[in-house]
Design a protein around this ligand. Sequence first.
Ligand code: PMV
Length: 324
Amino acid sequence: MNATATAYPNIALIKYWGKQDENLILPATPSLSLTLDVFATTTTVRLVDHEFDTVVLNGDETDGPFAERVVRFLDIVRAQSRNSARAQVITRNSGPTAAGLASSSSGFAALALAASTAFGMELSSKDLSRLARRGSGSACRSIYPGLSSWHPGSDETSHGEHIASTGLDLSMVIVMVNAASKSISSRTAMRFTTETSPYYAAWVDSSQTDMQRALDAIASADLPALGLLVERNALKMHASMLAADPPIVYLEPLSLELVRFAGSLRREGIDVFATMDAGPNVKLLCSSQDAGIVAEQISKSFDIETIVARSGPGVYLDDSAVKS
Ligand code: PMV
């Protein structure tokens, strides 16, 4: 009747960009991500005796597009659980919302666990991941700790999967280029890319190879091989968007300067690689051992906030958390 869950955002190393099915959120490309240990989302779902759902985001009751997405997601939970109750959803992001820092991945992973529990379902990780996917594709990977993959497939077979650690101790240095919410949602931007970008087919095609090579690099704990693929995969995704009509430009001049800066650190012998999502913020992938040096180098050269994130936990029920 009442459940609270916490989840952490994941940042894709090999990106999901483009859908095969918009309604079921089935991806066109395989993806691979690292769940972080910063910017958690904690969500409480309480079944209520009202005629409609209510949504409280970061302390304020909201009825905008975010609330509509939450209500559509609750409709899926109601259908699966055969329980027509309405709910109050109280959700709090400890990081910036909708700034290309994967708040939707932690948000819908936490909502999937809190809502399925409150509506009386006990789902396996696989089914929880399938459910989270319906809220936001990337959320299906935040069910799991550390590294996870997500493959295209059917509603039944497309879900996140945990990748066992192979000796790589990865961190990300998050560089806050701009914490404001993005001007165009990833959902809309993906649709424009899929429908209009002449580079979209090439992007989908090359994602298969990138994914296989990235999995091989993880299996052999080869950070330089993984990192070069990660950086190039992100740039290919942005290239596909830049060629869309209308063009989608999430990156800012400073984002590109940071990509260059990662290259110059590599020339000095530090294995560090840039990745960017649906927003201008840059995440620098490196070993946990080098994360402090990377953050220090950024602070020396740029007047900008950095946050060091390590590998974080999968979603969990969190009954100790504040519920209002
Ligand atoms: O799950 P969405 O709709 O927020 O899309 C996420 C898209 C990227 O963050 C750009 C890439 C990814 O795989 O997370």
